[in-house]
Design a protein around this ligand. Structure first.
Ligand code: UDP
Ligand code: MG
Length: 324
C-alpha cells in the first residue's frame, strides 16, 4: 500500500523542516510505502527553497509550487491531484495535526473506512471563538444538506475512491469541509487533543472566518434564496394587513394625518430588507460568474511531479511521475 500525505504550506519556513523530519519518522515506523506531496501556496518566504532541498535529499518528497497564493482549498486540490497513493492523508504543515495519528488512520482505513477523520477538541481556543463556532454549526446544519461537524477540519485520510470522488467535484468555489461530507462513503471519526500552533501564526483573521462561514452557507444549496423569498412574502402580508387596518380606520373615523414616524420606519426597514435580499441573490450570481469562467484553480510555478496523461481522450488516465 502506498500512503500519500498532502501538505499545503503558506509561509511555513519556520516549521516545515521540523515537520518533515517528524512526519518521515512516523511514516517509516508505520512501514507502508509513502510519498509526501507538499503544495507551496505562493509563499513569500523561503518555503519553496526548503521544499526544493527536501526534494533533492529525500526521494519521498514531491512538491508543487503555485505562481501566487491561491488559498488552502486550491492547495489541497492540487495535492490530491498530484497524489498517487492508495490512501491520501491531508494535514497542515504547522504541527497542529500530530503525525502520530496517521497510524490510527491507517488502521481504521484497513478496517474498510473510506474517510478517517481526526476531530480536534476545542481546548486552548479562545472562548469567544468556541461559542461562535458552536452557534455557527447549529445554524448551518439546519440550512445545508450535508452534515458539518464542529471540530472536524481537513485533517483526514481518504481512500483512493474517496479521493477520486472529491476530484470529480470540479467547482471553483471550494468549501472542502462540505465537499468531503458530500462525498460520503463509510466514515470513521476519532478525537484528538487540540495542539496550539508552535511557530508562525494562523492565517485566520476574524474577517476571513466570517467569509468562510458565509461560503459554507452559500456553497451547498439555495436555502438563503428561499429564506429571502419567504421573508419577502411575510413582509408583503404584513403590509397588506396594515393597509387594510389604515383604510378601515379611515372609513370609520375619517382621515387624520399622523404617521410620519411609521412611514420613515417602514421605508428604511423595507429598503434594508431589499438590500439584504439583493445581496443574497448577488452572492449566487457572483458564484455563477466564477463558475462560468472556468478558470484553473491554480497555476504551477515549479514542481518535481509530472502529470502524464495516457489513455484515450475520452477517458484520460493520469500517471504521476517524479521528475529527476
Ligand atoms: N495555508 C495555505 N494557504 C493559505 C493559508 C494557509 O496553504 O492561504 C496552509 C498553511 O500553511 C497550513 C494550513 O493551510 O499548513 C492551515 O493554515 P493555518 O495554520 O493558518 O490555519 P489554522 O490552523 O489556524 O486553521
Ligand atoms: Mg494551523
Amino acid at each position: 500500500m502506498l500512503i500519500s500525505v498532502v501538505v499545503p504550506c503558506f509561509n511555513e519556513e519556520d516549521v516545515i523542516a521540523r515537520f518533515h523530519d517528524h512526519l518521515v519518522m512516523e511514516l517509516a515506523m508505520i512501514g507502508h510505502d509513502f510519498e509526501i506531496v507538499y503544495v507551496d501556496d505562493g509563499s513569500r518566504d523561503r518555503t519553496l527553497s526548503i521544499l526544493e532541498q527536501l526534494g533533492d535529499r529525500d526521494g519521498h518528497v514531491r512538491f508543487v509550487s503555485f505562481s501566487r497564493n491561491f488559498g488552502k482549498e486550491a492547495a489541497m486540490l492540487a495535492g490530491l491531484q498530484h497524489a498517487s497513493g492508495d490512501a491520501v492523508v491531508i494535514m497542515d504543515a504547522d504541527l497542529q495535526h500530530p503525525p502520530e495519528l496517521i497510524r490510527r488512520m491507517v488502521d481504521l482505513h484497513a478496517d474498510g473506512y473510506d474517510q478517517v477523520i481526526a476531530k480536534r477538541t476545542r481546548e486552548g481556543d479562545r472562548v469567544t471563538r468556541t461559542i461562535a463556532a458552536r452557534a455557527y454549526y447549529r445554524v448551518i446544519n439546519r440550512l445545508v444538506d450535508v452534515e458539518l461537524v464542529d471540530g472536524v477540519g481537513d485533517f483526514r485520510m481518504l481512500s483512493r475512491r474517496a479521493t477520486d470522488a472529491v476530484l470529480e467535484l470540479t467547482e471553483y468555489n471550494r468549501f472542502s469541509k462540505g465537499l468531503f461530507a458530500w462525498v460520503g462513503f463509510p466514515t470513521a471519526t476519532f478525537e484528538y487533543q487540540n495542539a496550539v500552533r508552535e511557530q508562525g501564526r494562523s492565517k485566520w483573521t476574524f474577517g476571513k472566518l466570517l467569509n468562510y462561514g458565509l461560503d459554507g452557507l452559500l456553497s451547498f444549496n439555495n436555502k438563503p434564496l428561499r429564506i429571502a423569498l419567504y421573508l419577502g412574502m411575510l413582509l408583503l402580508s404584513v403590509a397588506f394587513a396594515y393597509a387594510a387596518w389604515i383604510v378601515g380606520g379611515a372609513l370609520v373615523n375619517g382621515v387624520r394625518t399622523p404617521g410620519y414616524v411609521t412611514l420613515v420606519v417602514a421605508i428604511t426597514a423595507l429598503s434594508g430588507v431589499q438590500m439584504v435580499m439583493l445581496g443574497v441573490a448577488g452572492e449566487y450570481v457572483g458564484r455563477i460568474y466564477y463558475e462560468v469562467k472556468r478558470r484553473p484553480h491554480y497555476l504551477v510555478k515549479a514542481t518535481n511531479v509530472a502529470l502524464v496523461q495516457t489513455g484515450s481522450r475520452n477517458a484520460p488516465e493520469v500517471r504521476k511521475e517524479l521528475v529527476r
